[in-house]
Design a protein around this ligand. Structure first.
Ligand SMILES: NC(=O)c1ccc[n+]([C@@H]2O[C@H](COP(=O)([O-])OP(=O)(O)OC[C@H]3O[C@@H](n4cnc5c(N)ncnc54)[C@H](O)[C@@H]3O)[C@@H](O)[C@H]2O)c1
Length: 270
């Protein structure tokens, strides 16, 4: 169902890898709500070719950008401005990767070279994106930037490893840059902290099934799906949420505020 919430709006969506990606669902919902989209992903991810199916469906160009490269980011923002014929309204940062997790390194024995790359891809890339948009005056007044995050930024989930630190940095950048961009051009910047979701990045977390089941049992509403995450994000891109900025917004079925649920108590009694 469409509410025309994004009629006439234009935006860039990072991170649609395949149909399971949160970015994929969000791009589809943005399109249904009337927005024009530019899709982007790392050159290596684009070689898989899946993104072209989405691009065709929502009539969007695909522009490659490795988020760790200043040159790529500059090119993406200037080409997007060209495509849109000027400024645009929103950006979804849906990017994350842990090199140490990929290489099977535990949190207490991380490789610091890999760690720098993880922080660059998963957190500093939001700064690079915002700084590039500001430098090129690419975002319209009341524009909205959303980055996806996870509650391991605030609470310990041991298997989330160095990504917990990356997400804490990401959320801090959303606050710090959110302040600057609000003053400069009334642009808002927020993070959405999503329930565990079965995607390529999600499944990379050790013991992911246990992780997901636990969250399901501990959330009064159950885990939020990627489709619902997309629905939430479009409200944050719309004009109905103009004064929300510098926030970390939990989209997690109540998990973050729950100490314990009856279901978990009953299981512990067994
Ligand atoms: N899946 C979950 O359980 C969950 C929960 C909370 C938050 N998140 C966050 O949601 C976001 C999207 O992840 P997802 O779960 O949809 O998985 P996903 O694997 O579909 O998306 C991750 C994306 O990051 C991209 N990426 C990695 N390195 C990049 C680089 N150098 N340059 C550009 N892009 C790069 C990948 O190509 C991929 O498209 C991530 O920030 C993730 O941490 C996921």
């Amino acid at each position: 169902m469409s509410y025309n919430l994004l009629k006439g709006k234009k935006g860039i969506i990072f991170g649609a890898l395949d149909e399971r990606s949160i970015a994929w669902k969000t791009a589809e919902r943005c399109f249904e709500e009337g927005a024009q989209i530019v899709l982007t992903n790392a050159p290596v991810a684009m070689r898989m070719g899946e993104i072209n199916k989405l691009a065709e469906k929502i009539n969007a160009p695909v522009i490659a950008c490795d988020v760790t490269s200043n040159e790529d980011m500059d090119a993406l923002i200037s080409k997007s401005k060209e495509h849109f014929g000027g400024q645009f309204d929103f950006v979804l940062h849906s990017v994350g990767m842990s090199l140490n997790m990929r290489k099977g390194k535990s949190y207490t024995e991380i490789d610091y070279g890999f760690n720098q790359k993880t922080l660059d891809i998963s957190a500093m890339s939001l700064h690079r994106l915002l700084a590039t948009c500001m430098k090129m005056d690419a975002l319209r007044e009341w524009g909205s930037v959303i980055a996806l995050t996870y509650i391991a930024a605030q609470r310990v989930f041991p298997d989330y490893n160095e990504m917990a630190d990356a997400k804490a940095l990401l959320e801090s950048i959303a606050r710090s840059f959110g302040y600057q961009y609000a003053i400069k051009n009334k642009v808002r910047v927020n993070t959405v902290s999503q329930s565990p979701t079965r995607t390529t990045a999600g499944s990379g977390v050790k013991g992911f099934d246990g992780f997901m089941n636990y969250a399901e049992q501990m959330s009064p509403l159950g885990n939020a799906t990627s489709e619902d995450c997309a629905n939430y994000v479009i409200t944050l891109f719309s004009d109905l949420t103009k004064y929300v900025t510098m926030q970390n917004l939990f989209h997690d079925g109540g998990f973050s505020m729950t100490g314990v649920t009856q279901r978990v108590v009953e299981q512990m009694e067994k």
